[in-house]
Write a protein that binds this ligand. Sequence first.
Ligand SMILES: [Zn+2]
Length: 238
Amino acid sequence: MEEAAQTPCTLCGQPMGASEESCPSCGCVNPKLMPKLEPLWNYVTEQTKSKISMPALWRAMEAATPVALVRDELILGYEPGELHQSGLVLDHRHKNVIEQTIEAASRRRLKLRAIAGKTMQDLQMELQTELEGARLQQQTREQFLKTAEAGQTWEAVGEQLIRRFAAIPNRGLTSVQGRFLSEAVPAIAEAYARLMPAQPTEHDERSYTRVLERLAERTNVTAPILGFLVEERRKKGS
Ligand SMILES: [Zn+2]
């Protein structure tokens, strides 16, 4: 039996077999097995020039360096000061044409993604930031759920959510309020499942309403809309 030689993945550093098509850890495609990305990108750029008559787009494509292929994403690196040019390349009208040209040339349907920087290290940083962001988001979600779980009454649930809101920086901005709601609504739906009996009494309804009203006051939505969002969430199953 042949022993596959192991080399560290150029993107994540985990060992991968020399003949493995892509890294089992990060999904980046083994550069040895890929047609060279640079000639591919040059070819696609030339083809695009004949299809789309827009010199600004051509320049934006020429400014990009293909860094790697990760799963089905072709990573285009830009000098940080030139990243704004990627907007033209990623504009869906152009992106479709470019992706089709890549598919015709490489028999792979790839998506384009632009990053600041042109090296593998730049890509590592980008992926790390992305991972970190996802981790933080997950943490916030869990924190919210815990907050609501801890509340054994509607009053306590409302109190905790409001305390949580009061601790958020820039909570006067609607963007921040929207983000808060995207976490608070599932938390309220979860509390609803726990605190609301199958046949709510008027007292139950009033206690729940009070939570909606207190949160609505602070987040620029009306209480019935907030109640609606919770209902929608409950239908989806929280
Ligand atoms: Zn890897």
